[in-house]
Design a protein. Structure first.
Length: 163
């Protein structure tokens, strides 16, 4: 059985494709790519069909990550096939939980930085879109910091708890 994870930000051209790419690399390195499917979407459809922002692509490629991507809008009907929906900030978290048709679906939504034990109280990944490259680099650092904790949580779901 495949465990499905979807990362969600606003337009699906900056933060969520970055998180998708980084987490997919973690899943592949862990040898879980046959068990875990990773994708991303946006809360809005403004950029549907567009590739990732060129700054996202540059930061991903500089970090050694794949950057192929086409934006799409998250659909409420997807909850039934997803196991985990990872929001990049609290605005996305609220929007996704409003889309959920059941408490079970709403419970599938988590904030990415909640998987980073060093994140503190601010669990939002700031939107770098209107800024400069350094905002995209900071976004990548936050995504990378949360990925090991997220991978451990997903690994426990697909392999069971470790003794």
């Amino acid at each position: 059985m495949t465990y499905r994870v979807c990362f969600v930000c606003t337009g699906n051209i900056c933060r969520s494709p970055m998180a998708e790419s980084v987490f997919r690399a973690h899943v592949e390195r862990a040898g879980l790519d046959e068990l875990v499917e990773v994708d991303s979407a946006g809360t809005g459809g403004w950029h549907e069909g567009d590739g990732a922002d060129e700054r996202t692509v540059a930061v991903l490629e500089a970090g050694g990550y794949e950057s192929g991507h086409a934006a799409r809008q998250f659909q409420a009907s997807w909850f039934s096939r997803l196991d985990l929906v990872v929001a990049l900030d609290t605005g996305h978290l609220k929007a996704l939980r409003r889309l959920a048709s059941s408490a079970e679906d709403a419970g599938k939504v988590r904030l990415l930085r909640s998987y980073d034990p060093t994140a503190g109280d601010d669990l939002d990944v700031p939107d770098p879109y209107y800024g400069h490259l350094d905002g995209f680099e900071a976004c990548l650092e936050m995504v990378e910091a949360a990925s090991p904790g997220l991978l451990a949580a997903v690994r426990e779901q697909v392999e069971g708890p470790t003794a």
